[in-house]
Design a protein around this ligand. Structure first.
Ligand SMILES: [Ca+2]
Length: 236
């Protein structure tokens, strides 16, 4: 009977589906004046860009329900909004391509090139396989809780799917520019994370019950063998 109970419980464990936790999804605004990360002599000192006139990045943390464990996936999607790299100039979209309007040199290939300030853009530190990365494109990076870059900053543009590197505790978003104080506008961006597959409490309970059943069956068989040995009966 105990053996049968253990078998039933073990079968039940196999039949209980894992249940997803709630998906994390938020919509955030990224200001045209936001740099994707801060830097100074002690923070991200190897990742400087422009004359440092940006406002703080948009920061997404675990407080919004996201899991920054290594390898967890984040999907970043441009929803709406426009920015300008100069006050009166045409409006680029999140990929920096602009509206193709009056000032045709929007789509400026910032990539690994210096700007009019002779200083570089955040795109200098993005994997070059993403080039060209245009002026005012949306850029992201994972950081630790102090804002120190973890892994490699990445191009987002109209959307990107990225994996959290080891040591990450937040995701930061900003704009690819050198001089930020003359920028206008903002982008609306969604950040989504598919739920991790975690066992339901009921399956955990069944697992415990199954273990108890199996242990009881083993104990009963052991006791039976001891009794059989004491009585001289052959053991099964
Ligand atoms: Ca600018």
């Amino acid at each position: 009977m105990f053996r049968a109970l253990g078998t039933v419980c073990c079968l039940a464990i196999g039949l209980v589906a894992v249940s997803p936790a709630d998906a994390a999804l938020i919509t955030v605004a990224v200001s045209a004046t936001s740099g994707p990360w801060d830097f100074n002599s002690t923070l991200n000192s190897a990742y400087s860009y422009g004359p440092h006139d940006f406002t703080p990045p948009t920061i997404i943390t675990a407080a919004s329900g996201f899991d920054f464990s290594p390898g967890r996936q984040f999907t970043i999607t441009y929803l709406s909004g426009l920015t300008t790299p100069y006050v009166f100039y045409p409006f680029p979209f999140a990929d920096g391509t602009g509206d193709g309007g009056t000032y045709g040199y929007l789509n400026y290939d910032a990539s690994n090139n210096p700007g009019s300030t002779f200083l570089y853009f955040p795109s200098r530190y993005v994997d070059s396989s993403s080039y060209p990365v245009y002026l005012n494109a949306l850029i992201g990076t994972f950081t630790d809780s102090a804002g120190a870059i973890v892994g490699t900053p990445f191009y987002v543009g109209n959307g990107a799917t990225v994996l959290a590197p080891f040591g990450a505790s937040q995701l930061q978003l900003g704009i690819n520019d050198d001089t930020f104080r003359d920028n206008r506008g903002s982008l609306n961006v969604s950040v989504q994370q598919d739920p991790a597959q975690v066992p339901e409490p009921s399956s955990l309970a069944l697992f415990g019950l199954g273990s108890l059943g199996a242990a009881a069956a083993a104990r009963r068989r052991r006791n039976q063998r001891l009794q059989d040995a004491a009585s001289g009966s052959p053991s099964a």
